[in-house]
Design a binder for this molecule. Structure first.
Ligand code: FES
Length: 357
């Protein structure tokens, strides 16, 4: 395939839908309702649809274990994959409680119109707060945090994903912007204390400081629930204007996302070019580690990779890589000249020869 140094030009505009779902205690009903709403949004022309945080479960530490399931093989993910495929939409599956072994996570999955999993985001910042007399919540008492930022590619733009409390951390938003995102989606479930105080403020803040669209899908408000969600699913444009906003009850809000307008805002107020990297900086540690890795032919993992080679298995002449970049590592693939060009080293392989018997 012909590759270009310039990223392929992306289509300009698309229709985004946020499903402000009424979430109850019956998981099967929540799922069926979510899938029906995805269909409704698609019929109204939506090309990218997002569900809210905890769309298959009531929100609360006492519920997460009971409603948890495997990602991506559990029933909620299967339903999302089928809905994305049937309705030909990009689908952000809000979040669900995920179980992996003994651990639980608050996890968003992203599906493409063919029903394939594009990305998985585990909530990075857990919701541990104490506002005396109003709300105390300790997500970390049952959930484990995710450890990775998450972006995915659509035909229109790169999209960054956070979950609820993640929106309070400006550095994550900046990292997404630096990775080329023009839209950030934060499925969330703010409450009756934090909602009126900060829900819209944070969405507008992240939009203005990164000059991106920001979308915040919420569950509908249910005053009978143990945890009462604020509602008001919102889309903010790159200029910081609210372009779509739901009320409190179940509804779908739509926004035309004008991807080119992001570039105009950035051209008019070029803050990213005016940053003072000599005074402060946000470091994308994942990218930094990728760039610094010596041997990228191995996956990153916790286990140390050791190769033991039996002398008997060697041919009469075996070349072992010493530049640490061979695709056939630990064997030399002959490409050390190219590998070494960038760093100026002059390392070739170690050649082991066997004495003739
Ligand atoms: Fe690394 Fe040959 S590829 S030394």
């Amino acid at each position: 395939m012909l590759q270009s140094a310039e990223p392929a030009r992306m289509a300009a505009n698309f229709r985004l839908a946020l499903v402000q779902l009424a979430v109850g205690v019956n998981k099967a009903e929540n799922l069926a309702r979510a899938v029906a709403k995805v269909g409704e949004a698609a019929r109204a022309g939506a090309q990218l649809v997002s569900l809210p945080e905890c769309f298959n479960s009531p929100y609360g530490t006492q519920h997460f274990a009971e409603y948890s399931e495997a990602v991506p093989d559990g029933p909620s993910c299967r339903a999302l994959a089928a809905a994305a495929r049937e309705h030909k939409v990009y689908l952000v599956g809000g979040s669900i409680p995920e179980r992996e072994g003994e651990k639980l996570y608050n996890t968003a999955t992203v599906w493409c119109p063919e029903g394939q999993l594009l990305a998985t985001h585990r909530k990075i910042h857990l919701f541990d707060i104490d506002v005396p007399g109003k709300i105390t919540f300790t997500e970390s008492s049952v959930l484990s945090p995710g450890n990775q930022p998450t972006t995915f590619t659509t035909p229109w733009c790169e999209v960054g994903v956070g979950i609820c409390y993640d929106i309070r951390f400006a550095e994550l938003g900046q990292l997404y912007r630096d990775r080329g995102c023009r839209l950030l989606i934060y499925p969330g479930a703010f409450n009756m204390t934090t909602g009126p105080a900060h829900w819209e403020l944070l969405a507008r803040g992240r939009a203005v400081d990164n000059q991106v669209y920001v979308a915040t899908p919420s569950p509908a408000r249910d005053t009978e629930a143990g945890y009462v969600a604020w509602g008001h699913s919102t889309v903010v444009n790159a200029w910081g204007e609210v372009v779509a906003k739901a009320g409190e009850g179940e509804e779908i809000v739509y926004a035309e996302v004008d991807v080119e307008s992001v570039a105009s805002v950035r051209a008019m107020v070029p803050t990213s070019l005016q940053r003072r990297g000599d005074i402060y900086t946000v470091v994308d540690r994942e990218r930094l580690e990728e760039n610094n890795r010596v041997n990228t032919s191995y996956q990153l993992g916790s286990a140390k990779v050791v190769d033991t080679v039996a002398a008997d298995s060697l041919g009469p002449k075996t070349a072992f890589c010493r530049c640490w970049k061979s695709k056939k590592f630990p064997l030399c693939d002959g490409a050390h000249g190219k590998h070494n060009q960038a760093c100026g080293d002059n390392l070739g392989p170690v050649i082991v020869t066997k004495a003739k018997q």
